[in-house]
Structures are given as structure tokens and as C-alpha cells.
Design a protein. Structure first.
Length: 209
């Protein structure tokens, strides 16, 4: 099924996928649903002129965006789900590999399993080039304004959004149609070479968080 299709009344009324929006100075306390062997990644183009701006690449040999500019490649994005303790909803997160590596290092330092313990994620930086993330184990202290958070209910688990559409490549026809809607577009402007992104935050592949 095309991943442009939305299934289910709840998803339709909700208006699509619910992604975490990290902001500098606003830490978020989360329980990770997907981690370790459950993490999934997909190469993704960022092109501000397109709708959608983030295009999941079907492979450089057939992707119209790759063919339009063969010297540039999509960045690897890691997709996973988390439980937002504040509004008690399961949401999606999309991060660069370097950011996932940093979070995992912090979890190891704290000796914490983020799928069993709540963790607080901090973002520093506002632009794609200076953004970094850090994580700490969440220790509730109600007297200091850090409440005890409940784990997701069975209902929340059963209503958990399907991650498969987020890691399924757009089809060649879908991408071609995205490009046709942009008059005069001859090549992608925002695709960064994957080799340039190893250990470096995406520069022109800025995500909406």
C-alpha cells in the first residue's frame, strides 16, 4: 500500500503522524518504545521546495531526486517511537545517526534502559549545524516539581501508531509527482551527501525539531 494512504479513523482525524518537537531550553521526559534492536533507519532527502519536504529515498538507482543530482545523497534518519509522559501519548522521533549515538552513550553512562525507565532529553542549539542532544535518567522528586509519571496504559499501547509507513520509501511515481508540483525544479537543493554527515549534524537537512 502506498505510504501516502492514511488508515484508521483516529489517524485521519488526527491529521497524520505526531512527531516530537524538541526545543532548546525545553527538556522532554520520555519512555522509549523502540530502541536497541527495534530501531529503524531510512535514507531521507530534505527539499524545502517540495511537499512533503522529507522524501524517503527508494534507492539511488531509481530515485528521481538522486538522478536529478547524482553527486548528492540522502541522509540516514533513525525513526522510533516514544511515550511522551506529559501528554500521555506515543509519538514518533526522527534523528540523525550521530544524535542517536550520543543519546546511547548517555544512557550507557547512566546505566539506564530507556525502554524501562523514563529519561529526560535535552536539546542545545537552534540551527541544524549547532544542534546536539543529551539524556539523563529521570528521577522523580515531587517536592521539587518533578512528578512521578505513569507508564503507558494498555489502551495507549494498543493505539500505538504504526512505524512502518515512516520507514517505507516513497515510490518513484510519488517522488516524480512531488517534483512536478514544483514549477521549474531541475535538481534537489537540500540533499546532503551521506558521507559528509558521519558524526556531523545535518547542515541543510534540517528537521522540524
Amino acid at each position: 500500500m502506498s505510504n501516502t494512504v492514511v488508515r484508521g479513523l483516529g489517524n485521519i482525524l488526527a491529521g497524520g503522524a505526531d512527531f516530537i518537537n524538541f526545543e532548546e531550553g525545553k527538556p522532554m521526559t520520555l519512555l522509549f518504545i523502540d530502541w536497541f534492536e527495534d530501531l529503524l533507519g531510512i535514507r531521507e532527502h530534505y527539499e524545502a521546495a517540495l511537499n512533503p519536504k522529507y522524501v524517503r529515498c527508494p534507492g539511488k538507482d531509481i530515485c528521481p531526486l538522486c538522478k536529478a543530482n547524482p553527486s548528492k545523497y540522502p541522509a540516514l534518519r533513525i525513526k522510533f517511537r516514544v511515550f511522551d509522559a506529559t501528554d500521555k501519548k506515543i509519538k514518533f522521533v526522527s534523528l540523525a545517526k550521530s544524535h542517536v549515538q550520543k543519546l546511547n552513550s548517555d544512557f550507557n553512562l547512566d546505566e539506564v534502559d530507556p525502554t524501562k525507565n523514563f529519561v529526560t532529553i535535552y536539546r542545545t542549539g537552534k540551527g541544524a549545524s549547532d544542534t546536539s542532544y543529551s539524556a539523563r535518567k529521570y528521577i522523580p522528586t515531587p517536592e521539587n516539581g518533578k512528578p512521578v509519571f505513569n507508564y503507558p496504559t494498555q489502551e495507549a499501547i494498543e493505539a500505538m501508531p504504526d512505524i512502518n509507513p515512516q520507514v517505507t520509501a516513497h515510490s518513484v511515481d510519488e517522488i516524480a509527482n512531488f517534483m512536478k508540483l514544483v514549477e521549474g525544479m531541475t535538481e534537489p537543493l537540500g540533499c546532503q551527501g551521506y558521507d559528509q554527515l558521519q558524526g556531523v549534524p545535518a547542515q541543510q537537512n534540517k528537521l522540524p525539531f
